[in-house]
Design a protein around this ligand. Structure first.
Ligand SMILES: Cc1ncc(COP(=O)(O)O)c(C=O)c1O
Length: 458
């Protein structure tokens, strides 16, 4: 893979302030967008700014055709034979909500999730518990995130309607054996919804081979624009779902008293759609296909290993999840004894131009259960290079050198849980932000502390 040439396709990597170009290591949150995607978005507004399927003129016809071509691209990319199984929505959160709120639940039916789901695959089920009498069961994973088939089996034996689990974890990058989960679930009559946000950008996902009933993704993690996601589901699964939103585009006809819904996927795509975004999202998938997901995966693993090797033996750095990078190729998540995660992220950005994520990564339930205040996550993607990896290592080494030895006890504020508000105050408060905060310029630190707090809650 020619990373140098590839990097030229991503304008955000050219952005320079006073220092060097950013070493962007936060693609698990949001990936950068290549020029081809930006062109596709712009083309919609410049060349065919129409309402698909409403007017008969050429703009409308062209955008309608291209919108459906994006649907076909999604189906092909994810190994679905039927483009009709691709529903375009705003993001994966909406896709999971469509399933949760759209299935016809009976009181007492069970949903099974793991103990480290993103809030987007948690809160919707908690609501169903309160409002529709659904029962939420939690499958614990081992401390380093490994899955236990026997535990799943015993949960399934108690009767489960839907298993809803991440495919790859946004916490530590570990991938669950989805095919095994689907086989076991189907044998017991349960359906499976997988949250594919962190898997789809990084590995070949063949949904027909996996046999999964429904799969949720967000385009902004796979080179696409913001505001586009998809639920990819089998026709039988979609047939059971009640649309979340109805109105224009969702109906064949109406009278003043009645209406007939269109067949899936159109019944789920209410109102004027985000055409520019969907066309851009399709272009993002084509870009990934041209590069090749196998190469993306191997490239990330190489960078991840490089960082791991360089920091191996550093006693104050603890890697979250599996210790072997092969089991988490795109993610290097860690705690630093004696350093608040947000302080570490600020230090890396301001001192080294290294952009990482810090906080609880929208999985508060995981940290709350362990009394942890969060951690730092570096995530790799196709445009990262060895320089990015080396800058991360250099930044972390410098940071650890700055941390006074007496604070490196493993029981400091960085690793101990504290109420988020108190943590915010500490980061803004003079002299209490730890070595990282002390070495950052005070004016920016104050402003960025608030941004860091926001990151902790999302
Ligand atoms: C595993 C996982 N699930 C769900 C989501 C939510 O995605 P979105 O905000 O695009 O709906 C994310 C986003 O970070 C994620 O990483």
């Amino acid at each position: 893979m020619n990373v140098r040439a590839l990097r030229r396709e991503f304008p955000a990597l050219e952005r320079r302030g006073a220092g060097p170009a950013p070493a962007y290591l936060d693609s698990a949150c949001l990936s950068l967008v290549p020029r081809a995607v930006l062109r596709a978005v712009e083309e919609y507004y410049v060349r065919y700014p129409g309402c698909a399927g409403r007017s008969v003129h050429r703009f409308s016809e062209e955008v309608g055709r291209r919108y459906e071509e994006s649907r076909e691209e999604f189906a092909r990319f994810f190994g679905r034979r039927e483009p009709a199984g691709v529903v375009f929505l705003r993001n994966a959160t909406e896709a999971i909500n469509l399933v949760g709120q759209g299935l016809p639940w009976k009181r007492g039916e069970r949903v099974l999730i793991t103990d480290r789901e993103h809030n987007s695959n948690l809160v919707v089920w908690q609501r169903l518990v309160r409002e529709r009498g659904v029962r939420l069961e939690v499958l614990p994973l081992s401390e380093d995130g490994a899955f236990d088939g026997d535990r799943l089996e015993s949960e399934l034996a108690r009767g489960v309607r839907l298993v809803s689990v991440f495919h790859t974890s946004n916490l530590d990058g570990r991938t669950l054996p989805l095919r095994e989960i689907v086989e076991r679930a189907h044998d017991r009559g349960a359906a499976v919804l997988a949250d594919g946000c962190q898997a789809a950008p990084h590995r070949k996902v063949d949904l027909d081979r996996l046999g999964v009933d429904a799969y949720a993704v967000s385009a902004h993690k796979m080179l696409g624009p913001n505001g586009v996601g998809s639920l990819l589901a089998s026709p039988a699964f979609l047939a059971d779902l009640r649309p979340l939103v109805v109105g224009g585009e969702t109906v064949e006809w109406t009278t003043v008293t009645d209406h007939a819904l269109r067949p899936p996927p159109h019944r789920f795509e209410a109102g004027l759609q985000n055409y520019a975004g969907v066309l851009g999202a399709g272009e993002g998938l084509r870009f990934l296909e041209r590069v090749g997901l196998e190469r993306v995966e191997a490239h990330q693993l190489e960078l991840n290993r490089r960082v791991g090797r360089a920091l191996d033996g550093e006693p104050r750095l603890r890697v979250l999840g599996p210790q072997d990078a092969r089991e988490r190729p795109s993610v290097f998540a860690f705690t630093l004894d004696g350093v608040d995660p947000h302080d570490a992220a600020l230090f890396l950005d301001e001192g080294h131009g290294v952009l990482v994520r810090s906080g609880m990564h929208c999985v508060h339930s995981f940290y709350a259960a362990r009394g942890l205040a969060g951690n730092v996550r570096a995530s790799f993607y196709l445009y990262n290079d060895a320089d990015d990896a080396e800058r991360l290592v250099a930044g972390l080494r410098e940071l650890l050198d700055l941390v006074p030895a007496r604070r490196a006890s493993g029981t400091s504020a960085a690793t101990r849980a504290s109420p988020p508000r108190a943590a915010r105050g500490r980061r803004r408060g003079a002299g209490s932000g730890g070595a990282a905060a002390r070495s950052a310029p005070p004016r920016r630190r104050a402003g960025r502390g608030r941004a860091g707090s926001a990151a902790g809650s999302g």
